[in-house]
Design a protein around this ligand. Structure first.
Ligand SMILES: Cc1ncc(C[n+]2csc(CCOP(=O)(O)OP(=O)(O)O)c2C)c(N)n1
Length: 529
């Protein structure tokens, strides 16, 4: 086994793993890693560590490979934790590294020392390690890579003392780990049997289907069975084309409403999502009594904590292919159409959130990727901006704000020839506004569309839903988004009508550069759920 420095070995390993883009924010404890930067590596500077991790998150989701993040000791990792939480909930593979002080200084509790470095990111990383010896760092990174990639995928963490990089270490070639998990034939047979005998089956698809690139199999199964297809509550990806005739809509994160939505079905198969994700408590059963429930998941925790039914743990691609194959000889059936088509808004210059989204749907280039974080507009988005293709919609599964703006930067880096549209609330955008600087520095074709209602409107929405009054104001006055965009080197435009929004969008889509559109809405607080 050849030997060089830790640094030689880690860079070789990263090359083998296809992790040649590093998202980070630097400090002195990372300098030995960053110096003499190899020409075949790209370093993406983020001005906040939460941005670095969110960029790496979308980049990993779109490249379907773990991404690599390098942060500055405890302070950098601390800043990143909101996005680490999101990556954990998104099940995105990211190898997060952070610099640590020199080993020889540990006993003196030096400046920048990350005390108990591996505890800080817990429990939102799958594995955290500060190797016992410098020469163990490459093997730790290799393990972090494999752990991050295995289902359920997620972030992992390695703390690296700064003096380790120049120490001698063996080279660690990347081993191949095939971690696909296949369900037993018996489990698949039972599910196929239930599908064959169901009168009115429903599929509930979650982000895991798109994550496993298995939407085509979900479409094939639904078409063969005539199964209505619902989207799981708060799904962070598009797993089923939303204009497909079998598409039946989005389940709300409320138990009683899910029961109601699925009432007509004798069989419900939840695929690639928890069963179910709730936001508010309501009493009653998780599903109508007598409904048969199956659950396909790659996440043992989701299987163990499902409210009802039979859970089958496997890689989704494998089990969906097996099911599609088993029912391929059945006569194709047609789903009973579900009444959900929402009438288009009448032409008007009034700029509501719904009108803005309808305008976007009309003007957005084919193949554009939408990254969303505009909490009070989520249901209007479902109604007026149907996502037609899996692989073109991303949101944070965590509900933690500050993800989408930098995630759109990671998406643009992964898909340089595609237009990225970040749909952002005015409040949400401010958690990570400095991500615009990275987009501007790298000339990325991102349209930041701010749905500006001048408030944390979701907080008002939710207060009303819960019947609470008397909270401090959730208004957000005095933010100037055009000047903010310009301060970071991007173009900014403010619009107040649908006509001006359409013009601004068309201009934005023509330039291969980032631009921000501040859409000032005239919007009453919409109902929630
Ligand atoms: C990190 C974080 N802090 C706070 C919240 C709580 N929160 C949920 S929605 C919301 C309001 C977001 O406002 P905005 O982006 O303007 O969207 P709007 O609700 O107006 O559509 C807040 C503060 C959160 N989800 N994440």
């Amino acid at each position: 086994m050849s030997s060089g420095t830790v640094r030689d070995s880690v860079f070789a390993l990263m090359r083998d793993a296809g992790m040649t883009t590093v998202f980070g924010n630097p400090g002195s404890t990372e300098l030995r890693f960053l110096r003499d930067w190899p020409a075949d590596f790209r370093y993406v500077t983020a001005l906040h560590e939460g941005c670095a991790v969110a960029m790496a998150d979308a980049y990993a989701q779109l490249t379907r490979n773990a991404s690599f993040v390098n942060l500055h000791s405890a302070g950098g990792l601390g800043n990143a934790m909101g996005s680490v939480f999101s990556a954990f909930k998104n099940q995105t593979p990211i190898v997060v590294t952070a610099g640590q002080q020199s080993r020889a200084l540990f006993p003196t509790v030096p400046f920048l020392f990350a005390q108990d470095a591996t505890t800080l990111p817990q429990p939102y990383v799958k594995w955290a390690c500060e190797p016992a010896r410098a020469e163990d760092v490459p093997a730790a990174i290799e393990r972090a890579y494999h752990m991050a990639m295995q289902s359920p995928a997620g972030p992992t963490f390695v703390s690296i003392p700064e003096d380790d990089w120049d120490r001698e270490a063996p080279s660690v070639p990347l081993r191949r780990v095939d971690a696909r998990v296949r369900a037993s034939q018996e489990a698949i047979d039972a599910l196929v049997q239930a599908l064959r005998s169901s009168v009115q089956p429903a599929l509930v698809v979650g982000p895991g289907v798109d994550r496993d690139d298995a939407s085509d199999a979900a479409v094939a199964i639904s078409e063969r069975l005539g199964a209505a297809v619902y989207v799981s509550p708060f799904s962070s990806r598009c797993s089923f084309p939303e204009r497909h005739p079998n598409f039946a809509g989005f389940l709300p994160p409320v138990r009683t409403q899910i029961v109601e939505a699925l009432r007509a079905h004798d069989l419900v198969v939840v695929i690639g999502a928890p069963l179910f994700t709730y936001h508010v408590y309501t009493d009653g059963p998780a599903i109508l009594e007598g409904t048969v429930v199956f659950h396909l998941t790659d996440d043992p925790v989701a299987a163990a904590s499902a409210a009802v039914g039979t859970s089958i743990v496997s890689t989704l691609r494998e089990s969906l292919d097996a099911i599609a194959h088993a029912i391929a000889t059945m006569e194709p059936a047609y789903a009973q159409p579900v009444e959900r088509a929402v009438a288009p808004l009448e032409a008007s210059d009034a700029l509501s959130g719904a009108a803005a989204l309808q305008t976007l749907a009309r003007t957005m280039p084919a193949g554009a990727i939408v990254v969303e974080e505009a909490p009070s507009h989520r249901s209007a988005m479902h109604d007026y901006l149907p996502i037609e293709r899996p692989g073109t919609f991303f949101a944070a599964a965590s509900g933690s704000l500050g993800w989408a703006l930098p995630a759109s930067v990671g998406a643009a880096l992964a898909r340089p020839s595609q237009r990225i549209v970040a749909i952002l609330g005015d409040g949400s955008s401010m958690y990570a506004i400095q991500g615009i600087w990275t987009a501007a520095r790298l000339s990325l074709p991102i349209t930041f569309l701010i749905l500006n209602n001048g408030a944390y409107a979701a907080m008002n929405q939710f207060s009303r839903y819960l019947g609470f009054t008397g909270a401090p104001s959730f208004a957000l006055e005095g933010l100037d988004f055009v000047r903010a965009a310009e301060a970071f080197g991007a173009r900014g435009t403010r619009v107040e009508t649908t006509t001006d929004l359409e013009a601004a969008l068309r201009t934005s889509f023509q330039a291969p550069l980032p631009s921000l559109i501040d859409a000032v809405l005239d919007d009453p607080v919409a109902a929630i759920y």
